[in-house]
Design a protein around this ligand. Structure first.
Ligand code: AMP
Length: 282
């Protein structure tokens, strides 16, 4: 296993791998690695000769300075976990100056409207930050395949759109959501929950599972009203949004057109910790 902090050293290694005709998989992360991240790395290792895992808490995608400041950073532990997994992984863990120089700003993107739905409404500038860092990382890593979790389903769709619009030569692969034993979607932010909060937060997945069951028989309006009532009766969690949306366009469901693919999405706060989750409905 190799660790690089400097982009020039990484690029040199990538060039050597390309000369050797090795295929490169890429898993971008913000660290505080958990089994969800590791499942992406495992999937990448199955189909690529080498896998680059970036660990970088990207400042431009945080709309909330306190969230950025409190984001868990556990590099040593992350390295240990990757080491246990495979020798074929390269960790890229740059300081912000390597990625941004002295101008920590985002490029402006259009993702054909995907960026205005859900997370885009509540996290201003978030997807410009995501697009900026992923584009920079793709340029450095030059991956054949890049692996993203369906946990951040809107982000996955946005990255696919980025690749399409910028004509990037990389295959984007979506990977299933990894959950804790109680159903809570794994997230680095879960580390900040108390044991009780972590148990209570499993409520989000319970709601999503019931929504999936009801989707075949109830109207979207009925389901929406039911979800709002459930969160009203759960004061430990503060619902930011519930949305049933088209799985491709992410546009909110209007008519009951069950030929299209839909997903349900939730963002909710446990105290000051923001949690998101989603589920395929049909
Ligand atoms: P993050 O470190 O939160 O930016 O996540 C890095 C990558 O891991 C993203 O593609 C996430 O969607 C993915 N990821 C995070 N949590 C999970 C999970 N519970 N299951 C699957 N993928 C995940």
């Amino acid at each position: 296993m190799q660790i690089f902090k400097e982009k020039e050293a990484l690029k040199k290694q990538i060039k050597a791998l390309k000369n050797d005709k090795k295929t490169i998989g890429f898993v971008p992360t913000m660290g505080a690695l958990h089994e969800g991240h590791l499942s992406l790395v495992e999937q990448a290792l199955k189909t690529c000769d080498k896998v680059v895992v970036s660990i970088f808490v990207n400042p431009t995608q945080f709309d909330n300075p306190e969230d950025l400041q409190k984001y868990p950073r556990t590099l040593e532990k992350d390295v240990e976990q990757i080491k246990e997994l495979s020798e074929e992984v390269i960790i890229f863990s740059p300081p912000a100056s390597e990625m941004y120089g002295d101008s920590v700003t985002s490029e402006e993107f259009s993702f054909d409207g995907l960026e205005h739905q859900m997370e885009g409404k509540f996290r201003k500038g978030h997807f410009n930050g995501v697009g900026t860092i992923v584009k920079k990382l793709f340029e450095m890593v030059e991956p054949d395949k890049a692996f993203f979790g369906e946990k951040d389903y809107q982000q996955l769709q946005i990255i696919k759109k980025l690749v399409e619009k910028q004509n990037l030569n990389v295959e984007v692969i979506g990977c299933p959501i990894h959950r804790e034993a109680n159903g809570l979607a794994r997230s680095s932010r879960n580390e900040r929950l108390s044991p009780l909060e972590r148990q209570t937060a499993a409520f989000i997945y319970q709601i999503l599972k019931q929504v999936k069951e009801d989707f075949g028989t109830k109207s979207a309006k009925e389901i929406n009203d039911w979800v709002l009532a459930q969160f009203e009766s759960q004061p430990a969690l503060n619902l930011e949004y519930f949305e049933i949306a088209n799985a491709d366009s992410l546009v909110s469901i209007e008519e009951e057109d069950r030929i299209q693919k839909y997903r349900a999405f939730i963002a909710a706060y446990s105290g000051d910790i923001r949690l998101i989750d989603n589920i395929a409905l049909n």
